[in-house]
Design a protein around this ligand. Structure first.
Ligand SMILES: Cc1cc2nc3c(=O)[nH]c(=O)nc-3n(C[C@H](O)[C@H](O)[C@H](O)COP(=O)(O)O)c2cc1C
Length: 386
C-alpha cells in the first residue's frame, strides 16, 4: 500500500481522531486547535447546522459511477476539498505543516500555507513542487506585503488568499488562560500538561524542534522575548482589510486571488467588483464572532446570486464527507477544512494527513454512490429544499 492510501481502521471518523489527538497533545495545544471564541456558540453552530442539510437519493437512475474530480482555477483536483490555512501547526504536532502539505500533494488537493504557519514558503514550495496556496495576513507596511507576495510568487504559488474576517484580535478564553505562546510558556499548569505527553515532548525536542514562524523569521528581530515577539506581530499586521488594501494586491498579484471570510452579499459584491477569482464563505471556524451565523446559512443565500461570477468555496464545521456533500449541494464549488486534518496529524503523526484525506474521500464516495451523484457539480440536484 502506498503512503497515499494509508488508512487506519481504528480511526474511521473524526470523532475517533479527536479522542486520540486529545490523549497525545498537551491541553494548551489541544485547546488552541479545538476551541472557538467566547463560549464556542459559533463553533457549535457550524458543526450542528451543516448536519441539518438533507439530500435526496435517486435510486433507480441509470447510474454510471461517481467521480470526485473537481475543476478549480484551471486545475483538476482529485476531490472537492482542501486544507485551510492554520497558524502555529507545529505547536499541535511537530512538522504537522510539512506532513499536511505532503499528504495534500499526494492526494492532489490544495494545501494553504498561513503567513503564521510553522513552515516557510520555500519549504512548502519544495514539498509541493510549487503547487500550493498562500494566505496573507495583511502587513501594515506595503514593503513587507510586497516581499511576501514576491516570495510566494517566486516559489511557484499561484493562488493567494487574503483575509476579511480578522479585523480585530479574537477573544478566546482558553488561550488567555493558557497564556498561549511559542515556545510554550513554562507555567506550572503547562508543564503538568506536557508531563504526560511524552510522544509530543520527544518529537518537539528531537524531531521537529520548537515551532517557529518560519515564513516571518527573516523579518523578526533576533533575540526578542515572547512579550516583545507578540508586540512585534501586533505591529506588523494591520488586521482590518479594506477595499483600499485589496486594490493594490489585485494589481500586483497576477495569479488567482481569493478572499476568505465572506458571509454577506455586500462583501461579496466588493470581491466581484475588484475582480477577485474566488471567495471562501468562512467564519474562521467559529474563532472570531461568537454570535455569527454558521457558514452553511450564508452559503445558501450567496450561491444563487454569485454562482458563475466568482468561485464560491466554504469552510467552517466540515468534519466528514457527508458535510462536504451538504456544502456542495448548497452551492459550494469547493470546500476547505482547518481542524479536521490537524486532528488527523495530532492523532497519527506523519500518517495523519494521508489517513484523514483517505477517510474523507471514502465517506464522500459513499455519499455520492448512495444518492447516485455522478459528478460533484450534480450535488445541488440532490438537495432537499427547505
Ligand atoms: C488552530 C487554528 C488556527 C488557524 N489559523 C488561521 C490562520 O493563520 N489563517 C487563516 O486564514 N485562518 C486560520 N484559521 C481558520 C481556518 O483557516 C479555517 O477557516 C477554519 O479552521 C475552518 O473551520 P474548521 O476548523 O471547522 O474546518 C485557523 C483555524 C484554527 C482551528
Amino acid at each position: 500500500m502506498s503512503q497515499k492510501e494509508y488508512f487506519n481502521s481504528e480511526y474511521p471518523s473524526v470523532e475517533h481522531l479527536i479522542k486520540k489527538a486529545q490523549s497525545r497533545v498537551p491541553g494548551f495545544a489541544f485547546d488552541y486547535l479545538h476551541g472557538g471564541c467566547f463560549s464556542g456558540v459559533n463553533l457549535d453552530r457550524n458543526i450542528e447546522d451543516i448536519k441539518k442539510v438533507q439530500l435526496k437519493p435517486w435510486y433507480l437512475k441509470d447510474y454510471q459511477g461517481a467521480s470526485q474530480e473537481t475543476e478549480l482555477f484551471g486545475k483538476t483536483y482529485s476531490s472537492p476539498f482542501g486544507v485551510a490555512p492554520v497558524g502555529l501547526q507545529g505547536l499541535m504536532w511537530p512538522n504537522s505543516c510539512e506532513y499536511l502539505a505532503q499528504a495534500a500533494k499526494d492526494h492532489n488537493i490544495p494545501f494553504t500555507l498561513s503567513t503564521v504557519g510553522t513552515a516557510s514558503i520555500e519549504k512548502i514550495a519544495k514539498i509541493t513542487d510549487g503547487d500550493f496556496w498562500f494566505q496573507l495576513y495583511h502587513p501594515a507596511q506595503d514593503d513587507l506585503r510586497d516581499k511576501l507576495l514576491e516570495r510566494a510568487w517566486d516559489a511557484g504559488c499561484r493562488t493567494l488568499v487574503i483575509l476579511a474576517d480578522t479585523p480585530t484580535f479574537a477573544y478566546r478564553p482558553m488561550e488567555i488562560r493558557n497564556g498561549l505562546s511559542i515556545p510554550p510558556r513554562m507555567t506550572m499548569r503547562n508543564i503538568a500538561q506536557m508531563m504526560f505527553r511524552w510522544n509530543w515532548c520527544f518529537s518537539q525536542l528531537f524531531a521537529g524542534g520548537m515551532p517557529e514562524f518560519q515564513t516571518m523569521k527573516p523579518y523578526i528581530p533576533k533575540g526578542l522575548s515572547m512579550k516583545h515577539l507578540g508586540l512585534f506581530m501586533n505591529k506588523t499586521f494591520s488586521g482590518r482589510l479594506t477595499e483600499a488594501k485589496i486594490a493594490p494586491i489585485r494589481d500586483k498579484w497576477k495569479g488567482n486571488l481569493v478572499i476568505k471570510g465572506i458571509v454577506n452579499p455586500e462583501d461579496a459584491e466588493v470581491a466581484v467588483k475588484h475582480g477577485l477569482d474566488g471567495m471562501i464563505v468562512s467564519n474562521h471556524g467559529g474563532r472570531q464572532l461568537d454570535r455569527g451565523e454558521s457558514t452553511i446559512e450564508p452559503l445558501k443565500r450567496l450561491a444563487p446570486d454569485f454562482k458563475g461570477k466568482i468561485k464560491i468555496m466554504m469552510d467552517s464545521g466540515i468534519r466528514n464527507g457527508a458535510d462536504i456533500a451538504a456544502a456542495m449541494a448548497c452551492g459550494a464549488d469547493f470546500t476547505f477544512m482547518g481542524r479536521t486534518p490537524m486532528y488527523g496529524v495530532a492523532a497519527l503523526g506523519k500518517h495523519g494527513g494521508h489517513h484523514t484525506f483517505e477517510m474523507i474521500k471514502k465517506q464522500l464516495q459513499q455519499n455520492m454512490e448512495q444518492i447516485a451523484c455522478e459528478k460533484v457539480t450534480d450535488f445541488p440536484r440532490h438537495l432537499v429544499s427547505e
